[in-house]
Design a protein around this ligand. Structure first.
Ligand code: SF4
Ligand code: SF4
Length: 243
């Protein structure tokens, strides 16, 4: 059996369950290209109690999208361990409360596009991979139930903002992001602790100042990530303020 992708409508339901007793337990936590979003990194670095800079250095790979110059950040899988996720252990995911959005979403895939008014539109699909036995479960779920059960609301909210930034760069027809613009983009979107430090101490080196109200130094990561992503949206030619 080959991997199958079945488009779903928002009101569709599907059969799936995943727990420690499935015969394929942990089979999906290796040999993946696990893209990390800005919000994934914030959740993981806080769970691991390390800085965003340390997280990127130790656990991430940053490649460059050839057409846009935008960074593509992914989890660095351990090739010495057969390409396993650095966070998988014998009892499952060791960062489960902070696992990335894509791990929460599986076996669903979600795409989003924006209509001419800038309103996001969701597209859903069910992924059926040969090794995954979760589809044999009798338990039926709807997409909203899955989103709720997996704690995905915040992930989707921040991911939509990131998607809008990517679409803006794609549509701009500008040269790929490079040099200091690219470095600043990586800092703002993926190295939040450094971004906050630079904005607070006045050394933020971008030609474009962040628009909107600067959060206080004591504000939490959500407020700072929101601010950083709105700076990135402004940098890509969109509005810098919260809509
Ligand atoms: S983060 Fe956790 S759930 Fe995701 S691939 Fe790694 S071990 Fe599996
Ligand atoms: S049921 Fe699917 S998602 Fe769950 S452990 Fe098995 S392969 Fe992974």
């Amino acid at each position: 059996m080959e991997t199958e992708i079945h488009p779903l409508e928002a009101e569709d339901s599907f059969n799936f369950d995943c727990h420690r007793q499935v015969p394929c337990f942990n089979a999906c936590c290796g040999n993946l290209c696990q893209i990390l979003t800005p919000y994934d990194i914030v959740c993981l670095k806080n769970y691991l109690r390390c800085s965003s800079g340390h997280f990127l250095e130790r656990y991430a790979t940053i490649r460059t999208g050839p057409a846009t110059g935008l960074p593509v950040v992914s989890l660095r899988f351990d090739q010495r361990q057969g390409g396993l996720c650095p966070f998988v252990g014998p009892d499952g995911c060791t960062v489960y409360p902070a696992r990335p959005g894509s791990c929460r979403l599986y076996p669903l895939a979600r795409g989003a596009s924006f209509d001419p008014q800038g309103k996001p539109r969701e597209h859903w699909a069910l992924i059926r991979e040969p090794h995954c036995r979760g589809h044999e479960a009798s338990r039926t779920r709807t997409i909203p139930e899955w989103i709720h059960d997996q704690g995905l609301d915040d992930y989707l909210e921040f991911n939509d903002l990131m998607l809008e930034i990517i679409i803006l760069q794609n549509r701009s027809g500008r040269k790929p992001l490079a040099g200091s613009r690219r470095r600043n983009f990586i800092t703002a979107c993926y190295d939040l602790d450094l971004f906050r430090q630079q904005v607070v101490n006045g050394s933020w080196g971008s030609g474009q100042e962040p628009g909107g109200r600067v959060p206080s130094a004591a504000s939490g990561d959500r407020a700072w990530l929101n601010f950083a992503l709105h700076w990135a949206r402004q940098e890509m030619g969109g509005s810098g303020h919260e809509s």
